[in-house]
Unconditional design. Structure first.
Length: 292
């Protein structure tokens, strides 16, 4: 992962007597990939898009749930800037001490709990679940409403609902309802693409490298990621463009060349399709965001 990765601080969000904050975010392309010094439970409430997390690009849809610990870099983005391509994510962020008085309710051998309290010791840097019965979605909707209303006793409701959510994540984990990181074979493919995205690589190149027929490779890749090879490659390249626009002052033409695009007309059209703005406007927006 290259480029500047901002760190979000909990002090910018927590303003109640407890270390819990809940929001509803319609994702766009203004925020870059970031880490934070708090734990986050993110639930996709509407639409679909992509979750850039560490060096992965994961397709997401309504009902997907992520437990993201301290220090893991990520950002959600819609599939395109078109108005009908909406991605709405509910976020519950909290500090570990918000759970201190409830520790006896948690299983010590739970991957969920270990990830919350000891993120640096875990091999996996996040957990992904799917809320197929909308239980967690309903809970975070209620938490968001409570947070906005700030009625008497809302701190207790937020705290107890957070504990219930964590316990339900433990249950999903034990029921094998969580979605682990990609398997070793797919990890190898992703690693190969990450190291060669700037070159003129094709699905045939990747298939040949892993001794597969191109048709079998494309079927398995789409089945595992939800994306075609071209879609995934374009997402990786545009993400790298965004990182370079944020972290360097090199020319847009040079950035396009660095990520594998020599046809500037195609590059500008693709960048605008993926982000909703031109490369120049993206850099300008990021610089203004930093100043704020």
């Amino acid at each position: 992962m290259n480029g500047i990765v901002a760190e979000l601080k909990g002090e910018s969000f927590f303003d109640l007597d407890i270390d819990i904050y809940v929001n509803r975010e319609q994702e766009a392309f203004s925020l870059g990939q970031h880490t934070h010094d708090f734990v986050e439970i993110s639930i996709v409430g509407e639409g679909c898009g992509f979750h850039y997390i560490e060096d992965k690009v994961l397709p997401v849809k309504q009902g997907d749930v992520f437990l993201i610990p301290i220090g893991t870099s990520h950002v959600f983005r819609p599939s395109s800037p078109e108005r009908d391509k909406v991605l709405v994510v509910y976020n519950c962020i909290f500090r570990n001490k918000a759970m201190e008085n409830w520790s006896h309710y948690f299983a010590e051998n739970s991957e969920t709990i270990r990830l919350i309290h000891y993120p640096k010791e875990r091999k996996g840097r996040w957990l992904q679940f799917h809320d197929k019965h909308s239980t967690l979605q309903n809970m975070i909707h209620n938490m968001h409403w409570e947070y906005l209303k700030r009625n008497q006793g809302c701190e207790i409701i937020l705290s107890t609902t957070l504990i219930q959510m964590v316990i339900l994540l433990q249950r999903l984990e034990m029921e094998k309802e969580y979605m682990p990181s990609p398997n070793d074979k797919l990890d190898d493919v992703m690693h190969f693409i990450k190291n060669h995205y700037s070159k003129n690589i094709t699905a045939q190149n990747v298939a040949d490298h892993f001794y597969m027929s191109v048709s079998h490779f494309q079927r398995q890749f789409k089945k595992s990621t939800g994306l075609t090879f071209i879609q995934y490659l374009q997402n990786i390249r545009i993400q790298k463009c965004c990182e370079l626009l944020e972290s360097t002052d090199i020319s847009i033409h040079e950035i396009a060349n660095l990520v594998g695009y020599l046809d500037m007309k195609f590059f500008h059209a693709l960048f605008r399709k993926k982000t909703g703005v031109t490369p120049r406007k993206y850099r300008q927006n990021f610089q203004e965001y930093k100043i704020e």
